[in-house]
Design a protein around this ligand. Structure first.
Ligand code: UTP
Length: 419
């Protein structure tokens, strides 16, 4: 029996034979190659986690985690931390990474999420442009050019690079920009069958922002950073119009507290807001998803009436280079999500779907925190730091992000001063 036939049989994927018989010679060769390259041991294990209910693992101890409020620091402390951080930045020991490999399914924009045009004042700007401008402001302020690494996916890499070229890198010196591609994993129908996509390809999706650590290692980014003398690395998302990627306070605080990792937070708007919050899990720093946090804990408050689990993780993370190396050497857990997955049926027709029909597997960036004893958390202000573009409309949409962006820049000149 041909090798691929045995693979299909052993892994309950014999439905794929119909597609192999249907397509032309070239598509057939590709499809067989794709099937033979799948790690079925890994995939079969992932499928087993798909149906597990979303809740805290039994016996896991969840506790409150402490943080520092940027606006409650004394003047002396503030200046001390700022100087510490600025020293790292000015001396070119700092770099920035943007995670731009997501599919942006909720936003539904055709193209990489960073190419979404936000209708801000005085003129509309692309999300990538907003990020580039943030870095350029800091570069001018410190008289440096920061190295900027951008993670894409196999799905959007070519389009992303083209987009930057077409817009002349938004004024950023391209010799300081490096793109690298994250990995992907097959999606599965709810019954565990592989999905075939247009062009007779196995349907794949990016393997989650938690795979950034391994992707950086495998693409030689960590070595590149080392060779450039970079010691502290900020990793942020592509879809926050108020993301400040260079905050000396966060760097200073993390160094001062003797930690290897740090993160910015904003206070959760209300107990029901759909954001993950920082906590300790079995004594180690972590983030608990809103869907996992029991209602009673979500509403728990301290003596000042502040939510005990109220520090939102806003994808503003800082790492020492050695911390990134540590995490890159580990295997982060995967999480499954029930997603809408359009597919090609056995007549070769593309079927659009309106309800989730498949499972996608992703690692989460914050699971990397678990390898450290402590994390430094710096609470900023929502109106200064967080304008997410997630949904096409309603909460965290282009409309809300545009308003936040316009309000901020109407009254501020910089994101690095306490107003
Ligand atoms: P989200 O988790 O909000 O996902 O990503 P998303 O892909 O943008 O949107 P949905 O869930 O499909 O609607 C948060 C950040 O992580 C990046 C995204 O690009 C965004 O900057 N990300 C996410 C990756 O870089 N790779 C991934 O595999 C997933």
């Amino acid at each position: 029996m041909e090798k691929y036939k045995q693979i299909l049989k052993d892994n309950n994927q014999t439905h794929l034979q119909k597609y192999i018989d249907m397509c032309n010679e070239e598509e057939r060769k590709n499809l067989i190659k794709e099937i033979e390259s799948i790690d079925f041991d890994k995939l079969n294990k992932l499928y087993k986690i798909s149906k597990r209910p979303i809740k805290i693992e039994k016996g896991l101890i969840i506790e409150h985690i402490s943080f520092k409020d940027k606006y409650k620091l004394s003047e002396d402390k503030y200046n001390e931390l700022k100087d510490l951080g600025e020293d790292i930045i000015k001396n070119n020991h700092y770099a920035v990474v943007t995670m731009a490999g997501g599919q942006g399914t909720r936003l539904g924009h055709d193209g990489p999420k960073g190419s979404f045009l936000l209708d801000v004042k005085p003129e509309p700007k692309y999300l990538f442009q907003i990020l580039a401008e943030n870095l350029i402001r800091h570069n001018q302020n410190y008289g440096i050019t920061l190295n900027w690494y951008i993670m894409t996916s196999t799905e959007n890499n070519d389009q992303t690079i083209e987009f930057f070229k077409k817009h002349d890198y938004f004024g950023y010196d391209p010799s300081y920009i490096k793109f690298f591609v994250q990995g992907n994993l097959p999606l599965l129908f709810e019954d565990g069958r592989l999905i075939v996509d247009k062009g007779y390809h196995i349907k794949l999706a990016a393997d989650g922002n938690g795979c950034i650590y391994k992707a950086m290692k495998e693409a030689g980014i960590l070595d590149d950073m080392e060779s450039k003398g970079i010691k502290w690395i900020f990793i942020g998302s592509v879809d926050n119009a108020l993301l400040n990627m260079v905050d000396p306070l966060l760097v200073g605080l993390t160094i001062k507290e003797g930690n290897e990792i740090g993160s910015k937070s904003v206070a959760k708007a209300n107990p029901k807001e759909k954001v993950g919050v920082f906590c300790k899990k079995d004594g180690r720093p972590g983030v608990i998803e809103y869907s996992e946090l029991p209602e009673a804990m979500a509403e728990e408050v301290d003596e000042d009436g502040e939510l005990l689990y109220g520090e939102s993780h806003i994808m503003c993370n800082l790492y020492s280079l050695s911390a990134l190396k540590t995490i890159a050497s580990k295997n982060l857990p995967y999480h499954s999500a029930n997603k809408k997955a359009p597919y090609m049926d056995e007549n070769g027709e593309i079927v659009k779907v309106t309800e989730p029909n498949g499972y996608k597997y992703e690692a989460f960036i914050f699971d990397g925190f678990n390898y450290f004893k402590e994390i430094s958390i710096l609470r900023g202000k929502r109106e200064d730091d967080f304008a997410p573009v997630k949904n096409a409309e309603g909460v965290d949409s282009p409309e809300t992000a545009t308003k936040l962006y316009n309000d901020f820049w109407a009254t501020h000149k910089s994101q690095n001063e306490r107003q």
